[in-house]
Design a protein around this ligand. Structure first.
Ligand SMILES: *[C@@H]1O[C@H](CO)[C@@H](O)[C@H](O)[C@H]1NC(C)=O
Ligand SMILES: *[C@@H]1O[C@H](CO)[C@@H](O)[C@H](O)[C@H]1NC(C)=O
Ligand SMILES: *[C@@H]1O[C@H](CO)[C@@H](O)[C@H](O)[C@H]1NC(C)=O
Ligand SMILES: *[C@@H]1O[C@H](CO)[C@@H](O)[C@H](O)[C@H]1NC(C)=O
Ligand SMILES: *[C@@H]1O[C@H](CO)[C@@H](O)[C@H](O)[C@H]1NC(C)=O
Ligand SMILES: *[C@@H]1O[C@H](CO)[C@@H](O)[C@H](O)[C@H]1NC(C)=O
Ligand SMILES: *[C@@H]1O[C@H](CO)[C@@H](O)[C@H](O)[C@H]1NC(C)=O
Ligand SMILES: *[C@@H]1O[C@H](CO)[C@@H](O)[C@H](O)[C@H]1NC(C)=O
Length: 792
């Protein structure tokens, strides 16, 4: 027998859990959020409630707004960033009768206010009760129940994140700022060190980034109507529109996305870089970095804190100076590093401290020139020892000394970069521990004192001779040239296990897998040199230019090695290999249309960047699926750009004879005409046809269609896009995107250069912001058709 009592209890429980699950977007007067109750915006995009940042052990809770539909906790707004709650079930977020939103901590019979929307002076009886509504833009607004007038909104008080609809800037009338202020660290939302500000004195409409509210470390450059001068990445994609308003009322910056279903956010990150992310639902979902500025984290003021050393070449870019230990919890470098042993300070020259050389660094600014120290490096050292507040010195033709905390020391590791040696004052115990000189560990302090000046010179000499000895020997060394690593040949031999793991064979050499000492996987390309290769010096100059090119859709060059006999290039390793190998594998059928279209658009953006955006315009010359690599998230990265510069005169000969390249070469190569960026457009068009159809253009037969590109172009001109779509997709493609891709491809492979679009235009066509009709069928392919049937 069923117990009716039990049944009704079950029913009641059902009702209860249902009412908890059916989250509303509105908080009415007298209602409150507590524990795990949340508001969900009408479209289901955002959620408001209590959260604990992932990774902080659930000891601190905050009220905030996050994306509801994605699996990675991503908070865009925090209400009580500096006053965490210990337990969400004793916290209460409520609309108070005076028309304010209140966050209360319920204590032992008391309610302590933690946070309040500032006096909104809105609770006039005429407009009725006030409600809090979470909008689908991620904006929490406080407004009249019946009127739409907004009394307060979270978009006016951003935390560290800007989303479409919000803005940052200055209200010129009230002087009020709406700035993004970084979190302290990735799992600590409390007020961090970095913020943006409108430049009060400089270029009108320019933004600056500040450390600790005072120290400017970055200027955005002037606004040109579409982007800031120092952030060329902003001009690349037509998916975003950036807006700067600069009038008598305000200076404000905001952005829009063309496709409102895209999740995009701009963030002042805890390490002081302004970053833009797009959500990609590929491979389980992740945030993809669209750009970061400043590009190198080491250009951010005090990014590694006091006595920290920034090394852009390492993935963990912060470390402590010798004789120092990290002072903050892992992941937070703002506290910098602390001395292992405190200095022995003394008024007269009786200090037992000594100096450790920190080699080849960019010196911190804010030194004091000690003119009195005069004469020699030794005088400079003793001048520093005499002053208790002196922490380091350098001798650069004169004596430079530093007092107090040392910040912004950047590791450079290249012989010919403008590196300096900094002499860091450390306690005697640390000096002994770091110098490997057992003989110095005597108890005779006076001897150490006298010896300390000599000791560092000896150490210095030793280190210099070791370095030059190593260079002569070609032993395992790495140093830095600008942003590029320079590897010794020995180092690369070791990290590739004597070139044993071959990843592939390109037009100009083979590529091997390697692992750097910090466990970063890299791809090492061993260039095959013809007789007329550039000299070492010119090669270095060209590589340096390439090293400066950074774009999400270009494979990043990490470093190189140039010896008399060998030229090696070291790139980021791409786990999913090349598009060519992906297409020949069985899993290619699994790449859905969305992923393929993402690859098409990514390649187009990368090439558009090379052609139109970077300082030295670069024609790739060898665009084909073999040179398009896929990272772990199947984001496309164009490889092998800039080869013409590196190879020199033999480039075109090497290219035109390379296997598997012919079908992509524009007619101007064959005709011996000058090569422009339109040659890349042609090759891109051929690649695009392959991606759409899932087959290689040079494979003949199969459908009995003759030379595939010609057949495809004629189908496209008839509007029969589905006819060329990969059969494995079974027609499952976005028809609008398919038609854009097909039409773009057909325009790209026109014989006449003038008819081909630029890569920038291709990006716009793919993104849908530029519309094109059907292209004429490229009749010159008929020639190919006849030739190919013989040669292939
Ligand atoms: C919310 O909290 C209640 C009580 O603490 C619990 O029973 C319920 O399962 C929670 N709901 C969710 C979705 O976590
Ligand atoms: C934090 O809370 C989540 C769910 O609320 C739980 O799954 C997780 O195990 C907790 N982590 C710690 C470290 O307590
Ligand atoms: C709450 O207050 C009561 C009486 O004032 C006291 O006995 C009790 O210890 C308090 N509890 C806490 C957790 O402070
Ligand atoms: C609101 O205004 C009143 C008086 O104008 C002031 O006493 C109070 O502190 C203000 N509250 C907040 C949260 O600013
Ligand atoms: C406020 O909104 C609720 C729900 O729409 C409605 O029932 C109520 O009558 C409204 N109150 C006023 C004063 O408008
Ligand atoms: C940051 O600024 C505050 C106020 O201007 C100042 O008191 C503090 O010393 C600064 N912090 C550091 C680490 O310089
Ligand atoms: C340095 O000397 C001054 C006076 O000569 C004295 O007052 C001060 O305490 C001394 N400081 C140290 C650290 O010895
Ligand atoms: C020590 O150095 C600090 C900072 O350079 C300077 O202000 C101070 O006068 C110096 N003290 C002596 C005794 O030279």
């Amino acid at each position: 027998m069923i117990s009716w009592h039990k049944l009704s209890l079950l029913l009641l429980l059902d009702c209860l859990s249902f009412s908890a699950a059916a989250a509303a977007d509105t908080l009415y007067l007298g209602e409150s959020l507590t524990g795990n109750r949340t508001l969900v915006s009408e479209g289901g995009k955002f959620e408001l409630g209590f959260f604990s940042p992932a990774g902080n052990g659930n000891s601190s809770y905050y009220a905030g707004i996050w994306y509801k539909q994605i699996p990675v906790q991503t908070v865009i707004w925090v209400m009580n960033r500096d006053l965490p709650l210990s337990d969400p079930s004793s916290a209460e977020l409520t609309v108070a009768p005076d028309g304010n939103l209140l966050l209360l901590q319920n204590g032992n019979q008391t309610k302590k206010p933690i946070w309040s929307s500032t006096n909104s002076s809105y609770a006039r009886p005429s407009v009725g009760p006030v409600v809090a509504v979470l909008l689908d833009t991620g904006n929490l607004v406080l407004r009249g129940n019946s009127s739409q007038r907004i009394a307060w909104q979270s978009f006016d008080h951003p935390t560290d994140t800007l989303v479409p609809g919000g803005r940052v800037g200055l209200n010129k009338r009230t002087g009020e700022y709406q700035a993004l202020v970084s979190w302290r660290s990735a799992d600590d939302p409390s007020t961090g060190w970095y913020t943006d500000r409108v430049d009060p004195f400089g270029v009108s409409g320019q933004y600056t980034f500040l450390w600790n509210g005072t120290t400017v470390y970055y200027y955005s450059g002037a606004w040109d109507g579409q982007r800031f001068a120092s952030v060329p990445e902003m001009g690349i994609s037509a998916r975003y529109r950036y807006i700067l308003v600069n009038n008598d009322e305000e200076v404000s910056f905001s952005f829009e996305v063309a496709d409102p279903s895209t999740l995009s956010r701009m963030l002042m990150s805890p390490n002081g870089q302004y970053t833009m992310y797009d959500w990609s639902s590929k491979s389980g979902g992740q945030w993809l970095l669209h750009f970061a500025t400043p590009t190198s984290p080491c250009d951010v003021y005090s990014v590694c804190g006091a006595f920290g050393l920034c090394d852009a070449a390492s993935s963990q870019y912060c470390r402590c100076l010798p004789a120092f230990d990290a002072a903050s919890p892992p992941g937070d470098w703002s506290g910098g590093c602390a001395r292992k042993t405190s200095l022995h300070c003394s008024n007269d020259s009786a200090s037992t401290d000594g100096f450790l050389p920190v080699q080849n660094v960019k010196l911190p600014s804010r030194y004091i020139t000690d003119a009195d120290a005069g004469g020699s490096a030794g005088d400079c050292a003793s001048a520093c020892l005499r002053n208790c507040s002196c922490t380091a010195y350098a001798y650069e033709g004169g004596c430079l000394v530093w007092a107090g905390d040392l910040r912004n020391i950047q590791q450079l590791t290249d012989g010919d970069a403008a590196g300096s040696n900094l002499f860091l004052r450390v306690a005697a115990a640390d000096l002994a521990a770091n110098s490997n000189h057992d003989g110095l560990s005597t108890s005779d302090r006076d001897a150490i004192l006298v010896a300390s000046a000599l000791a560092f010179l000896t150490i210095l000499c030793c280190l210099f001779s070791v370095v030059s000895w190593r260079r002569r020997r070609g032993a395992q060394t790495v140093w830095l040239d600008g942003s590029l690593l320079v590897f010794s040949h020995g180092y690369l031999v070791r990290c590739t296990k004597n070139f044993s793991e071959k990843l592939g064979m390109g037009s100009f050499g083979s590529v091997y897998k390697g692992t750097l000492r910090d466990h970063t996987a890299v791809a090492v390309k061993r260039l095959e040199l013809g007789g007329s290769a550039h000299g070492e010096k010119q090669f270095r100059a060209e590589v340096r230019t390439l090293g400066k090119i950074h774009h999400v859709n270009l494979v990043r060059l990490r470093g190189f090695c140039a010896t008399a006999r060998e030229r090696l290039l070291v790139y980021d390793y791409m786990p999913n290999g090349s598009l060519a190998s992906a297409m020949s594998g069985p899993s290619f059928g699994l790449l859905d249309w969305g992923a393929r279209f993402g690859i098409m658009a990514g390649v187009a953006r990368g090439l558009a960047y090379l052609h139109e955006q970077c300082q030295e315009r670069i024609v790739h010359c060898d665009v084909k699926p073999e040179n398009i690599l896929l990272n772990a998230a199947f984001c496309a990265k164009v490889a092998d750009f800039g080869m013409a510069k590196l190879i020199g005169r033999e480039f075109s000969a090497a290219l035109t004879t390379a296997r598997g390249t012919v079908g992509y070469l524009a007619p101007e190569w064959v005709l011996g005409l000058p090569i422009t960026s339109k040659a890349d457009v042609y090759s891109y068009g051929m690649t695009l046809l392959e991606l759409v159809s899932g087959r290689r253009n040079r494979d003949t037969g199969g459908r009995g269609v003759g030379y595939f590109p010609l057949w495809a172009a004629s189908k496209i001109s008839e509007g029969q896009f589905l006819a060329i779509l990969d059969e494995r997709l079974a027609g499952d493609a976005d028809m609008e995107e398919l038609s854009r891709a097909c039409n773009a491809a057909c325009w790209c492979i026109q014989q006449r250069e003038a008819l081909r679009p630029t890569m920038g235009q291709v990006v716009q066509v793919l993104e849908g912001s530029l519309r094109v009709g059907a292209a004429p069928v490229p009749r010159h392919l008929e020639l190919f058709c006849a030739e190919d049937s013989r040669t292939l």
